[in-house]
Design a protein around this ligand. Structure first.
Ligand SMILES: O=P(O)(O)OC[C@H]1O[C@H](OP(=O)(O)OP(=O)(O)O)[C@H](O)[C@@H]1O
Ligand code: HPA
Length: 179
């Protein structure tokens, strides 16, 4: 029987175990190390959800690099355009820097499209995206993602930094909502 947990009113079951997540993250780090050899990238980790992925990824990054953390505020637009997001807390200049955004999940893609748009306006040398999870079926617009950990089905997931109404970020495995 699968091990299930309850968070608030919902039940979740283990979907991807920690050891599998970590192995894949190490492989993503290797690709980044190869691609950025001789460069000094600045990683931008998007809070809150990416903290666990960012920590694990950074342990296997061997190129000289920096990391900083960004928050993104979201609110409902007055028109029916969906969520609008604004970047908060970017204090350093990213002009002429090689930027790698670290995100836990790209779902509809709306958050990442807005983040990329706002960062590109600040003239980085390059801008790439590393996400641990992506839901291809949920994507609302095409978006270029250079490093993808896992393509997952269009179901709500929890753990490894991702929350359900604030809870579950501390879970070491990834869980999925039970049917
Ligand atoms: O592709 P999208 O549909 O835009 O969804 C993805 C965004 O949703 C989550 O953040 P959330 O706003 O839940 O904040 P959190 O990281 O603090 O949980 C996730 O970390 C992404 O930023
Ligand atoms: O599936 C999800 N789980 C948790 N947070 C999220 N934010 C976007 N998609 C998800």
């Amino acid at each position: 029987m699968k091990s299930t947990i309850q968070v608030h009113d919902k039940h979740f079951e283990v979907f991807i175990e920690q050891s599998v997540l970590e192995k894949r993250i190490t492989a993503l780090a290797s690709s980044i190390n190869q691609d950025y050899a001789g460069k000094q990238p600045l990683f931008l980790a998007i809070l809150n959800g990416s903290f666990m992925f960012a920590a694990e990824l950074m342990k296997s990054i061997t190129v000289s690099c920096e990391i900083t953390f960004l928050r993104v505020s979201s609110y409902q637009a007055t028109e029916s355009t969906g969520k609008v997001h604004q970047i908060l807390g970017l204090s350093e200049s990213i002009e002429n820097r090689d930027i790698i955004i670290i995100e836990d999940i790209i779902d509809t893609g709306l958050t990442m499209i807005e983040i990329k748009k706002q960062l590109l306006a600040q003239n980085p040398s390059s801008l790439s995206v590393a996400t641990l999870f992506q839901k291809p079926e949920a994507l609302k617009q095409p978006i270029e993602i250079e490093y993808i950990g896992f393509e997952i089905e269009n179901k709500f997931v929890l753990g490894y930094g991702l929350d359900y109404d604030g809870l579950g970020r501390n879970l070491a495995d990834l869980y999925v909502l039970s049917e």
